[in-house]
Write a protein that binds this ligand. Structure first.
Ligand code: NDP
Length: 255
């Protein structure tokens, strides 16, 4: 069953925009709330005429923006609560390999990828709990209540071997980004355990290597290909999946 309400962060471009379009193909979805730092200039989102799409201002680096957004989201979803939060927004700030990584470049990546994602998820918990409490029984699904974190296989410590294409960090170039995704994976697993009693599902995802501003045009997948596979996998989730880390095709990735 489709969730009645969905929030996607960083929905104005890249994978977030593709996920928005993919979810809207499902006529059973009641409302899709698309977070953008600058909604006025979110041109691709603003071209979508579907009345179920609500574009809201949301900068996950800013607590005030999160608080304002939660009020707007509550006004939209009301007593139904929020069924599905997709934590997609993130940055990657590659560092010059010859210099010592500047502290601020590491912090710049941790701000949205870890701190903002955690704080937003916590701020939305009452609305997720409200949605979950409207369903009887022990079901876990994205139509009941779910937190879906868009992570990266680069965040897997197990896959980080000398033999693996995911090994190392190009001589520290992407080490900060990889560390943010490892931290996000920890958050996803911990939240899943903490929220078992609330029947709120939480999973981490790798979208694949995707042609976006972050992934570059050299990447393997078009955004719509990644989004289609991800959304198909999201619909299949149940209690057995909560706390785990998956690729877009629902194949498990080791932490
Ligand atoms: P893009 O760089 O294309 O888009 C990132 C999105 O995040 C933009 O909408 C951006 O908004 C938004 N964003 C960044 N910071 C904030 C913030 N503080 N508050 C709100 N929104 C913010 O990235 P992708 O679409 O490629 O990546 C989406 C997700 O997929 C990320 O989590 C990324 O780590 C992950 N991923 C991507 C891969 C790839 O190959 N592309 C591979 C593995 C994982 P704005 O336009 O305002 O900057």
């Amino acid at each position: 069953m489709a969730p009645h309400s969905i929030l996607i962060t960083g929905a104005n471009r890249g994978i977030g925009l593709a996920l928005t379009k993919e979810f809207l193909k499902n006529k059973d979805i009641g409302v899709l709330i698309a977070g953008a730092r600058d909604p006025v200039h979110a041109d691709e989102l603003n071209k979508i005429t579907d009345k179920r799409l609500k574009v809201i201002e949301l900068d996950i680096n800013c607590d005030q923006s999160i608080d304002n957004a939660v009020k707007v989201i509550e006004a939209i979803v009301g007593d139904n609560g929020l069924n599905c939060l997709v934590n997609n927004a993130a940055v990657s700030v590659p560092c010059e390999t010859k210099e010592r990584t500047p502290r601020e470049k590491i912090i710049e990546q941790f701000q949205p990828n870890v701190f903002g994602t955690l704080i937003l998820s916590q701020a939305l918990l009452p609305l997720l709990q409200r949605a979950a409490s409207r369903v009887q029984g022990d079901e876990f699904s994205i139509s009941r209540a779910a937190i879906l974190n868009i992570s990266s296989t680069g965040g897997s410590v197990t896959m980080n071997t000398a033999e693996s294409p995911f090994g190392g960090s190009s001589k520290f170039k992407i080490l900060g980004y990889k560390a943010t995704k490892s931290a996000l994976n920890q958050i996803g697993r911990s939240m899943a355990i903490d929220l078992l009693g609330d029947n709120i599902l939480a999973c981490n995802w790798c979208p694949g290597w995707v042609k976006t501003d972050m992934g570059s045009q050299a990447a393997m997948l078009e955004p719509h290909e990644s989004a289609e596979a991800l959304v198909n996998s999201f619909y299949k989730l149940n209690k057995s999946h909560t706390g785990n880390f998956y690729d877009r095709n629902l194949e498990a990735i080791p932490f």
